[in-house]
Design a protein around this ligand. Structure first.
Ligand SMILES: C[S@@+](CC[C@H](N)C(=O)[O-])C[C@H]1O[C@@H](n2cnc3c(N)ncnc32)[C@H](O)[C@@H]1O
Length: 207
């Protein structure tokens, strides 16, 4: 199996940045909306969005919170900065690896990662960092596609797995493996988007 590396992700998203919004904008929007609703934000709270990409979600946060977005890709962040120009809720958009964040422990009230968990090279390191920077008791929301339960679709996903390095993600990553490798405790799981093919996982930081 081709391994997803930090370099392959940076390279893939350098290519995708130009047409990302066109291809993955509207079609992924219902999931983004549901994920952000489940943050149950209160005025003054500080939210971290990991893998903010081109910033398609930024206008969905209320102007009463502060949002920090991080991403590995400078090209995706450049687009996000354009999106954020008139959004007072956006505190910062930073080039940073989710597996080695430079934030202090407990820096954020809540953390959300949308369409990122199966793109990061090491999901255990990613989640360890998410827990570290999130305050105890804060919501952690993971929106992702996990391996399909349908046998036919599953076979197709397995077939394209060797392209993972090129695509920059693992198309056949099972949710059970994600949970086993991270220890994520799911309190709610909401199927979203076309054919309910993606899932919003809600958890509470129990550290
Ligand atoms: C599929 S895109 C999702 C973008 C955005 N969240 C959205 O809703 O459209 C995945 C994003 O995760 C970023 N990413 C992947 N691995 C990362 C890492 N280790 N640290 C930070 N960002 C990462 C990629 O650069 C890319 O912008």
């Amino acid at each position: 199996m081709e391994k997803v590396t930090t370099e392959s992700v940076v390279k893939a998203y350098r290519r995708y940045a130009r047409y990302y919004d066109l291809v993955f904008g509207a079609i992924f929007h219902p999931g983004r909306r549901t994920a952000i609703e489940h943050l149950h934000m209160r005025p003054g709270q500080r939210i971290l969005e990991v893998g903010v990409g081109t910033g398609l979600s930024l206008s969905m946060y209320p102007s009463t919170v502060r949002v920090v977005g991080i991403d590995l890709s400078a090209e995706m962040l450049e687009k996000a900065r354009e999106q954020a120009r008139d959004l007072p809720q956006v505190e910062a958009l930073l080039e940073m690896d989710a597996q080695k964040m430079t934030f202090e422990d407990n820096s954020f009230d809540k953390v959300v990662a949308m369409y990122v968990a199966t793109v990061v090279p090491d999901v255990s390191e990613f989640y360890r960092e998410v827990k570290r920077v999130c305050k105890p008791g804060g919501e952690i929301i993971i929106l992702n596609h996990f391996q399909n339960k349908n046998q036919v679709i599953r076979r197709a996903e397995h077939f394209i797995q060797p392209l993972a390095r090129y695509l920059g993600f693992h198309p056949d990553f099972p949710m059970e493996e994600f949970i086993a490798r991270t220890g994520f405790e799911v309190t709610t799981a909401v199927p979203v988007n076309l054919l309910d093919y993606w899932t919003v996982l809600v958890g509470i930081n129990d550290k």
